[in-house]
Design a protein around this ligand. Sequence first.
Ligand SMILES: N[C@@H](CCC(=O)N[C@@H](CS)C(=O)NCC(=O)O)C(=O)O
Length: 211
Amino acid sequence: MKLYSAPGTCATAMHIALEWIGKPYEVEHLDYAGMKSPEYLKLNPSGVVPTIVDGDLILPEGMAILLYLVDQNPDVEIGPAFGTAERNELHRWLVYLSGTLHPYFWPHFTPMRFTTDEDGHAAVQAASHVLVDKALTQIDTHLEGREWMVGNAKSVADAFLYPMANWAYDLEKPTTKYKNIDRIIRKLAADPAVQKVHKAQGTSARVDLTA
Ligand SMILES: N[C@@H](CCC(=O)N[C@@H](CS)C(=O)NCC(=O)O)C(=O)O
């Protein structure tokens, strides 16, 4: 199994899931040029990370990868089994993270893709921040009184939340203002598997675990 990733990106979630699974895997960290290279575009026509290659399988799209990893590893318990009520909850939150929260960040990171007005980047980013706040507020409300995103156990939904919540620590309304999300990110940041991923990426947890 090989994961194509880039430090600090959404692909961090798939890297965490691979660490939780504990089977041998390889990670290649791509830079921007690598993501747009002809060789990589054959694997992922969008030119983004993540992609996994597992034997003959070439699978782009983070959510599809996470569900593949859950189903291939039923013994590891990184997500509820197919056909259960909790599995529906997992689908719900993976779709929300992948299809709502994640795209809300895009104008923040790449405002030039969302306006042709070179002076309009700050306005586009401000609009992104309003949407990110809306989504993080919904997730924070969901997490009230809960230990994890889905059911009573940690799952790939928490892994998916991790990089996105980390991005928001830099916003004017930082992740610390969403106390339930911040609580879960702190638990994840203390997880040895997550620390191993940070080390492999050359990144650090965004929370101070001694505080
Ligand atoms: N729909 C894709 C989106 C992946 C995506 O946007 N990845 C970002 C990193 S978080 C990326 O590689 N961006 C490079 C670019 O947009 O050029 C998925 O969920 O896997």
